[in-house]
Design a protein around this ligand. Structure first.
Ligand code: UT7
Length: 348
């Protein structure tokens, strides 16, 4: 069975740099608070009308495809991970197929938030291993800036997130000492609402109130209503501390799972690319696994948390900086809303 290699990688971040001080114009926060609690100094925000999650994904994809030495016409499957799609439906995958004038290939959207890219890559890896496809485009992209509460009420969430995109092209290789060695996917929906955007949705408050009868007026307002807008119910919700506590347990666990499966130790990792959720989480994981500074790549300082885009953006930057060479052991790991968490071990 062939393994998959990352044949090309690309990233795109919008030009517009938004500093922590810029955010103080809209909400009661400070550069000091944000840096101390998250490590973030600045993030990028997409152009409000000229850039979407899909267009950023396409820009990253163009680079990945060129670096793979192929054309968009050679791509035979798309997997697109995002929590901020252009449309409620259809997904961004088909919009990439259209924008890049690709053949009538399959396009799949993955909705696994911060773990989305690792999940998407795992799905693509299975298609490569089974021999079904030869050139799979995997994209993680987000335009968070369009959907955040920029008042003080939403500051615990809004200061963290940024926009951007990353993409890879997966291809099969017959070399048995290279490629994606294994991927590990997990979920626990027991606390799904701890980090979630409930509306618009079809939940009808079942998770809160149980099955219930509502009158027609209430039902009419359940999917989308003026009340939701007035009460800021169309923004993401997060219990940050609860997420933090779970993340610092699950990150090391899923990294060790990947290492154990392949007979490696943390000291064998050349570069760990953790999902860029919070610099403090990455530092905790580094400490727990006794990794040196040069073994962990972080760029949250510049881009904030870009959810499904964070792993491919960080992987791309690490590679562009020469931190990853052929034969190096690279570990990707992510944790986020769902909860979902995942890892991938790659011999580059
Ligand atoms: O990628 C998706 C997964 N998400 C994560 O992994 C996020 C994990 N969680 C975190 O990163 C942290 O919990 C946060 C950075 C979100 C928050 O940091 P914290 O140290 O957990 O702060 P907190 O929510 O406990 O809030 C502490 C205080 C509160 O004030 P009081 O009640 O102590 O007076 C907040 O109102 O900080 C206040 N606060 C802020 N102050 C200034 C919350 N957000 C801000 C802000 N600026 N932006």
């Amino acid at each position: 069975m062939p393994r998959s290699i990352i044949a090309g990688i690309g990233m795109y971040v919008p030009e517009n740099v938004v500093t922590n001080n810029d955010l103080t114009k809209y909400m009661d926060t400070s550069d000091e608070w944000i840096q101390e609690r998250t490590g973030i100094k600045e993030r990028r925000y997409a152009h409000r009308t000229n850039e979407t999650t899909t267009t950023m994904g396409v820009e990253a994809a163009k680079i990945a495809i060129e670096r793979a030495g192929i054309t968009a016409h050679d791509i035979d499957f798309i997997v697109f991970a995002t929590l901020s799609p252009d449309y409620y439906f259809p997904g961004c995958g088909v919009l990439v197929q259209r924008a890049m004038h690709m053949k009538e290939i399959g396009a799949l959207d993955v909705r696994n938030q911060c773990s989305g890219f690792v999940y998407a890559m795992s799905v693509a890896d299975q298609f490569i291993r089974s021999g079904m496809y030869k050139n799979i485009l995997v994209i993680g992209a987000e335009k968070h800036s369009f959907g955040l509460d920029f008042t003080t009420r939403g500051r615990n969430v809004s200061v963290i997130f940024g926009d951007g995109a990353g993409a890879v092209v997966l291809q099969p290789t017959e070399e048995d000492d290279r490629g994606i060695m294994s991927t590990h996917l997990h979920s626990d929906g027991g606390e799904a609402e701890i980090l979630a955007m409930y509306n618009p949705g079809t939940h009808a408050n079942h998770w809160k109130d149980g099955l219930a009868d509502f009158d027609e007026a209430e039902i009419a307002n359940m999917f989308m209503s003026h009340q939701m807008i007035d009460n800021a119910q169309l923004f993401p919700n997060m219990d940050g501390q609860a997420v933090f506590k779970k993340a610092v347990v699950k990150f090391p666990e899923v990294i060790m799972e990947a290492l154990d499966k392949n007979g490696y130790q943390p000291s064998d990792i050349k570069v760990l690319i953790p999902h860029q959720a919070n610099l403090r989480i990455a530092q905790f994981v580094q400490q727990k696994l006794k990794l040196r500074d040069d073994q962990v790549f972080n760029n949250i300082q510049k881009y904030g948390n870009t959810t499904a885009a964070s792993v491919p953006i960080a992987l791309c930057e690490a590679w562009q900086e020469g931190r990853i060479q052929k034969g190096d052991l690279v570990c990707l790991a992510a944790f986020g809303s769902g909860f979902t968490w995942a890892s991938a071990l790659i011999k580059w």
